[in-house]
Design a protein around this ligand. Structure first.
Ligand code: FE2
Ligand code: FE2
Length: 278
């Protein structure tokens, strides 16, 4: 059986007619079952799905990697267009979220409309993923990811309140994974739990299977030298066959990954489609 991973929304796009925005949305097909991992930040997910020939009205579920707007803003458009769907998310994804500026003022960066009643069915539709959860046969989310490395943090000034008094530890951050004949494939939203924490946990959840591919946002854009060096050390040890650093990975981290992993680094932009064999 084949599992295909198709990038609908990313900061960049590879094909004519596709739109791009700061955000991520990935469409996954496994036989007759289809899921959407994140929704981008606006309705362009619907436009791009149409351009790429994917029928979102046949989705079985939506998975949210975390609550930030650039992954969840398209949700209301998807629900409006496709009808009610199961939404697999950690409950913290629906909490208000803020990014704090240097003056201590918070900017709202959470799921748009969750607190203002714009998504009235959200509680009814959502399936809590605090624990590892199977979404469709053989495709899982990690649920809350244990923080075991001493060198990783959430990667930004994230808070739960506009006054920036309660840090947001981003417990909602989760990754999607599935096993293939070549090893485990891991899809990251923003990896606010830390990309290495995420991979260590997936490795544990799969009973130590090798990691075949890691794709998505690695949120290394504000990583200091020590974090970058130690992250690279772990990547060398895990030695994945494919790396698709995208979205919030950060330019210098992407350069470093390309310099070290060469052809193993692949584009993961709007229009990218990769098929794996289970
Ligand atoms: Fe993001
Ligand atoms: Fe994020």
């Amino acid at each position: 059986m084949h599992i295909s991973v198709s990038v609908l929304v990313e900061n960049t796009a590879l094909k004519k007619g596709l739109l791009a925005e700061h955000g991520l949305s990935v469409y996954i097909e496994a036989g007759e079952q289809k899921i959407l991992f994140d929704t981008g930040q606006s309705g362009i997910v619907l436009h791009n799905a149409k351009v790429l020939g994917h029928r979102l009205d046949r989705l079985d579920a939506v998975v949210l990697s975390h609550g930030h707007y650039d992954h969840t803003g398209g949700l209301k458009h998807v629900l409006k267009s496709c009808g009610d769907l199961k939404i697999y998310a950690h409950p913290s994804a629906f909490k208000p979220k803020f990014a704090c500026n240097e003056n201590g003022v918070g900017r709202s960066i959470g799921l748009p409309g969750a607190d203002g009643g714009l998504l009235p069915n959200i509680e009814k539709l959502s399936v809590s993923t605090t624990q590892p959860t199977e979404i469709i046969e053989g495709i899982f989310v990690t649920g809350q990811i244990p923080r075991v490395t001493p060198f990783e943090d959430t990667g930004g000034p994230f808070f739960l309140d506009a006054a920036c008094t309660q840090p947001d530890l981003m417990f909602d951050d989760q990754a999607l994974f599935f096993n293939t004949s070549q090893g485990t494939v891991v899809l990251l939203g923003c990896a606010h739990a830390g990309v290495i924490n995420t991979l260590v946990y997936v490795h544990e959840l799969t009973g130590g299977k090798s990691i075949h591919a890691v794709m998505g946002g690695m949120h290394l854009l504000s990583a200091d030298e020590e974090r970058m060096n130690r992250t690279m050390d772990h990547f060398y040890r895990l030695d994945p066959d494919l790396l698709g650093p995208a979205h919030c990975t950060g330019r210098s981290a992407v350069f470093r990954l390309h310099a070290s992993f060469g052809r193993k680094c692949i584009p993961f932009s709007g229009g990218t489609r990769i098929t794996f064999t289970r």
